[in-house]
Design a protein around this ligand. Sequence first.
Ligand code: NAI
Length: 333
Amino acid sequence: MADVIRVVVSGAAGQIAYALLYSIAKGDVFGSDQRLDLVLLDIPQMLPILDGVIMELQDCSLPLVNSLTPTADADEAFKGADAAMLVGAMPRKPGMERKDLLKANCRIFQAQGKAMDQFAKKTIKVLVVGNPANTNCLIAQRSAPSIPKENFTCLTRLDQNRAQAQIADRLGLPTNKVCDVTIWGNHSTTQYPDALHAKAEIDGVSTPVFAAVKDDAWLTGPFIETVQKRGAAVLAARKLSSAMSAAKAICDHMRDWWFGTQGDKWVSMGVSSDGNTYGIPEGLIYSFPVCIQNKQWTIVQGLEINDFSRKKMDTSAKELAEEKDMAMDFLNA
Ligand code: NAI
């Protein structure tokens, strides 16, 4: 059995964490023989709620759980941490403008970045989920200069899973028969779900999704919009934002980062845009197609980008550059 690893989940009293913690604790992410010191980080007002979550995790009677630590102290939480899933963020309140939300979150992710810089292992793998996820991730990354910038990623796997499920449903296939759908850009409505290089396995034969679907208008129209607006659709129907599917996507993202992707199939992750060959400005956290080996992601090279894709990829990059400028203004103020 591998040595115990220390895993931090922030926003641990929230609705995503409620589903996520159970999956992590039963081995869905780090493996079925990996013992875990689980650290549940939230704000001081939520500590009584965390006590309840901890009681439930104990009552799940899961053998991989070595210890459970509730805390509202980021320094304590990140001490010696091997992995962190940063789900907690300031939610948008009525009357709050986008820039107010960004400002509040800048402070949170700056503080957590600094705590990781000082106390976490330099090999820590950080997945930012709390919105605006890409820019929050960038702030945390910049606030932790002693940790390699590649160790900071943000979640766009939920968007990928949504896109894959839409195509599979259209083709009447199980979702695991669809691969290489790409999410480019920001985890926002400017994201670009791209099926141009996606494949579907039909009767054992790998077929381009455009050839299999035979409806270019759907793939370049309603498909994209459905994925871009799926979060809002879930919120409207459930009166609560996506939680079960978000938790599943977090597990998929972190498990693939930990254990690697399969063959030449890729997944989408928000990662540092530095050195990319797709003409996206450097210094952003932008969602790209990546393959992962030995816990290191690399951006998939050489995908052909047509004019349609170019425009959409640039629109999302522009939005991220604006968010970044706003965030830097707050941090430098
Ligand atoms: P929630 O409101 O149920 O829980 C959020 C938790 O974060 C609360 O317990 C809150 O006290 C905590 N929190 C706030 N500030 C904190 C801080 N400074 N340190 C630690 N914890 C803190 O929200 P839910 O539904 O769990 O969603 C969490 C975040 O995930 C939201 O920002 C949401 O927009 C985002 N999200 C991102 C997705 C993605 O694909 N990137 C998908 C779905 C949600």
